[in-house]
Ligand binder design. Structure first.
Ligand code: C2E
Ligand code: MG
Ligand code: MG
Ligand code: MG
Length: 283
């Protein structure tokens, strides 16, 4: 009886293993075909300033179109891209599209402050990264300050000092660095001492229900104290309701992102959002 059970458990285990392998195989296949066909697309989510009541920037989020599977989420294909090294090409395509979109919005009369692009720790291992970024900025006529690179604390794991030096180099070029998803994973306040970044993005787990969740309120207040003490600007992620936005405004957490202000959308749709939400900034 026990043997039979053990057998079925083993079968279950190997079945789920092969499903994971198949899933991974298809993710890699669709990613490769998307990269060849221009199917990796940057969508853009507005970053909104509550005090000024305007859109100040956009975050580029990668989307992968696969003829078989439709839109594949970055949560699925970014890990595969990192394992296979395809992340360098994904990152290059997203950066290119982000800079082109930012330029197009300016040319349409919407001079945003910045466009943010996510950067995988794997990308920071490429020595050529700063020069390539400089080339893309120059080609689209963007100043380094117009670009913000979002990195997670994962970047700091391990003993290798190279990724951190690379970040410091990028910051030295004038590019803004943001610490993404702060508070999740391995965060320790001690990271803030040595991280070359000027912005902290607070993960939506801590923002969800912030107007009525005392635990999240406590966490958020302490994160704001830390950010202030170490001189970080703050952006709250995942704002979905007016009640959450009002609570954040009351804490002077004025920069927000979330479905309340806009879902990630194509560059052209983003232009429509700008026309609707407005960004009037004197330059
Ligand atoms: P992230 O950088 O923290 O991006 C925020 C994620 O939260 C996005 O998911 C966005 O669509 C989602 N989001 C924004 N507002 C709300 C909201 O109000 N409610 C909810 N429920 N979700 C919201 P997405 O696009 O699926 O991206 C997931 C993650 O994949 C990103 O997290 C980022 O870590 C990674 N990623 C996306 N694009 C790239 C890329 O080009 N390069 C790299 N290396 N990673 C990327
Ligand atoms: Mg991000
Ligand atoms: Mg984030
Ligand atoms: Mg996140």
């Amino acid at each position: 009886e026990a043997k039979k059970e053990g057998g079925s458990q083993y079968r279950f285990f190997s079945l789920s293993l092969s499903r994971a392998a198949a899933e991974r195989f298809y993710a890699e296949k669709s990613l490769r075909c998307a990269l060849d066909d221009g199917g990796v697309q940057a969508h853009f989510q507005p970053i909104f300033d509550l005090a000024e009541g305007r859109v100040v920037g956009a975050e580029a989020l990668a989307r992968c179109w696969c003829p078989d599977a439709g839109w594949v989420s970055p949560a699925r294909f970014i890990p595969v891209a990192e394992e296979t090294g395809l992340i360098h090409e994904v990152g290059a395509q997203v950066l290119e599209q982000a800079c082109a979109a930012f330029r197009a919005w300016w040319d349409a009369g919407f001079p945003l402050e910045r466009v943010a692009v996510n950067l995988s720790p794997v990308q920071l291992h490429a020595d050529s990264l700063p020069a390539r970024i400089e080339g893309v900025l120059a080609r689209h006529g963007l100043a380094p300050q117009h670009l913000e690179l979002e990195v997670t604390e994962e970047t700091l794991l391990g003993d290798d000092p190279a990724p951190l030096q690379q970040l410091a180099t990028l910051q030295g070029m004038g590019i803004a660095i943001a610490l993404d998803d702060f508070g999740t994973g391995f965060s320790s306040p001690a990271y803030l001492k040595r991280f070359p970044a000027s912005r902290m993005k607070i993960d939506r787990n801590f923002i969800s229900g912030i107007d009525s969740d005392p635990d999240n309120q406590t966490i958020l207040r302490s994160l704001l104290v830390l950010a202030d003490g170490f001189g970080y600007r703050v952006t709250a992620e995942g704002v979905e309701t007016h009640a959450e936005a009002d609570y954040l405004a009351g804490l002077f957490c004025q920069e927000v992102q979330g479905f309340l202000f806009g879902h990630p959308q194509s560059s052209a749709d983003f232009l429509e959002t700008l026309r609707r939400l407005g960004t009037t900034v004197e330059h």
